[in-house]
Write a protein that binds this ligand. Structure first.
Ligand code: FAD
Length: 310
């Protein structure tokens, strides 16, 4: 992984730097490109605009790594308010939500996983009641077993709960095989966290090859694959695989992040594919924003240019 990318990912976890970056007024303009506002009404406006273009959404109330139970309860409440806000739009499964278990207390020192399961369950129940689903985002590699454990618990009563797998991890091909079963919704991503060589591919070409292999496992399997990527090569790969396997457009989807390759989102939707934009909103955008800067030199250049032209 390039040194600059490593530094940005390390910075995404440093609260001191968070204050410097979020305190810079110009940052706001750049953040707006990747984040659909700080409030629920702003996020709902973005959902309406995307729906008008034929694009489905998964909403992420920004936040991660909470340090006490009351913060985790606030996350639950924010998601319940989000589902209440979505209900009148009547988008059904075309508006789902994505959660990070670390925002529900997963990393709390005592019983974190149980706290997260207990607090996320009402969100999943509310989503099911309104005919939609929740996907559990995947965070750093130390959380994978715990997150897949919570997923298995939730799927007992709510089989539509979605999983995320990160192709960069050595374990993921096996996880993809285990999860490629009927009814199983799995988002495949490359992986946004800095991971050691003991658990993850370090070379981009190896990550890409692993992504292509895992995608094939998912598409040839019995579940519902969701390709979370902006990479033209991976998008082509999914198109080729669905043509080859005869999958119908209601049996897989493309997922892209809000603000990234929007013209491609519209193009794929126009061609009859299900396209879902991952729409983050909320005040706690720092970690999410820093991972986007780390992903792509062009994103960082855009940020630096806007600082220079302030
Ligand atoms: P990259 O390897 O970053 O880029 C490959 C190519 O894609 C580039 O060469 C370029 O051609 C094109 N491209 C990429 N970005 C842009 C851009 N900004 N503008 C124009 N072209 C571009 N990660 C997790 O670890 N956990 C999660 O739960 C998670 N959820 C995600 C949900 C969604 C819907 C998506 C899309 C990503 C998610 N990620 C998640 C992030 C993911 O792991 C990657 O870090 C991120 O998607 C970048 O990888 P990429 O596949 O887009 O390709």
């Amino acid at each position: 992984m390039p040194v600059l990318q490593q530094a940005l990912l390390a910075a995404s976890r440093r609260p001191g730097l968070r204050r410097v970056v979020t305190g810079t007024p110009v940052t706001r303009r750049v953040v707006d490109r990747f984040v659909a506002g700080e409030t629920l009404p702003e996020a709902l406006d973005a959902v309406r605009a995307l729906a008008a273009e034929g694009i489905a959404v998964t909403l992420d109330h920004l936040g991660e790594d909470v340090t006490d139970r009351s913060e985790a309860q606030r996350t639950r409440d924010a998601y319940l308010a989000l589902l209440d806000g979505l209900a009148p739009l009547q988008l059904g499964r075309r508006a789902e939500v994505s959660v990070k278990l670390s925002a529900f207390g997963q990393a709390l020192p005592v019983g974190g996983e149980d706290v997260a399961l207990q607090l996320v369950r009402p969100v999943v129940e509310a989503a099911t009641a309104m005919g939609t689903t929740v996907t559990l985002d995947m965070e750093d590699s130390r959380t994978v077993d715990s997150t897949l454990g919570v997923l298995a618990e939730l799927r007992r009563d709510h089989p539509g709960t979605g999983a995320v797998l990160q192709a960069m991890l050595h374990r993921t091909e096996d996880d993809a095989r285990a999860l490629a079963v009927p009814g199983s919704r799995v988002r495949l991503v490359k992986g946004a966290y800095r991971e050691p060589a003991s658990v993850a591919h370090q070379d981009k070409a190896e990550v890409d090859a692993a992504y292509a292999r895992c995608l094939e496992v998912l598409v040839r399997g019995g579940g519902y694959p969701m390709a979370g990527t902006h990479d033209p090569a991976m998008i082509e790969r999914l198109l080729a695989l669905v043509a080859e396997t005869g999958r119908t457009p209601d049996s897989y989807e493309f997922q892209l992040l809000y603000g990234i390759r929007p013209e491609e989102q519209v193009r794929l939707a126009g061609a009859g594919h299900t396209v879902r934009a991952y729409v983050p909103y909320g005040a706690d955008w720092y970690g999410y924003f820093m991972r986007r800067l780390a992903e792509r030199p062009a994103n960082l250049q855009f940020f630096l240019r806007s600082l220079a032209t302030k």
